[in-house]
Design a binder for this molecule. Structure first.
Ligand code: CU
Length: 129
C-alpha cells in the first residue's frame, strides 16, 4: 500500500519519467514502480490516432496504420448514409447516418481494405502491424 506524503511525491515525480525503470523506497517497503510505469506507457501508446472520419464522401485518413489490438472508430460526418465494409468480409457496418459511429478491433496484422457499400468508389485501408 502506498501512503501519502513522501511516497506520493516520489510516485508523482516518477510518473513524469514514464518508461524509466525506477524503484522507490516507500513506507519501509520496496515498491516496484516500474510495472505501473510500463502500464501507463502502454496506455498512452494506445491513445494514438485510431479514429477515421467519413467526410465529403471520403475516409479520412484514407490509410491508417495502427498497432495490433487497436479499436478503430469511424464517424460519419456526412448527411449522406455511408457504410464501412471490408472488401473480404472481415467486418462491416450497417448504414451509418450522420454522426453514427462504427468500431472494429483489429487483433491480427494485415492490410484491411474496405469501402462504402453505397458508394463503392469510396475506398480506404487500415494497416495493422
Ligand atoms: Cu458512402
Amino acid at each position: 500500500m502506498i501512503r501519502m506524503g513522501r511516497c506520493g511525491r516520489v510516485f508523482k515525480e516518477v510518473n513524469t519519467i514514464m518508461k524509466d525503470v525506477v524503484l522507490a523506497w516507500c513506507a519501509g517497503g520496496l515498491v516496484a514502480v516500474a510495472t505501473i510505469l510500463m502500464l501507463t506507457g502502454a496506455d498512452s501508446l494506445a491513445v494514438a490516432p485510431s479514429t477515421i472520419d467519413i467526410k465529403g464522401f471520403k475516409f479520412a485518413p484514407n490509410d491508417l496504420t495502427v498497432p495490433v489490438g487497436t479499436t478503430v472508430t469511424w464517424t460519419n460526418r456526412d448527411e449522406e448514409t455511408h457504410t464501412v465494409t471490408s472488401t473480404i468480409g472481415a467486418f462491416g457496418s450497417s448504414g451509418l447516418m450522420n454522426n453514427d459511429t462504427f468500431r472494429q478491433t483489429f487483433a491480427k496484422p494485415g492490410n484491411y481494405e474496405y469501402h462504402c457499400r453505397l458508394h463503392p468508389y469510396m475506398k480506404a485501408t487500415v494497416v495493422v502491424k
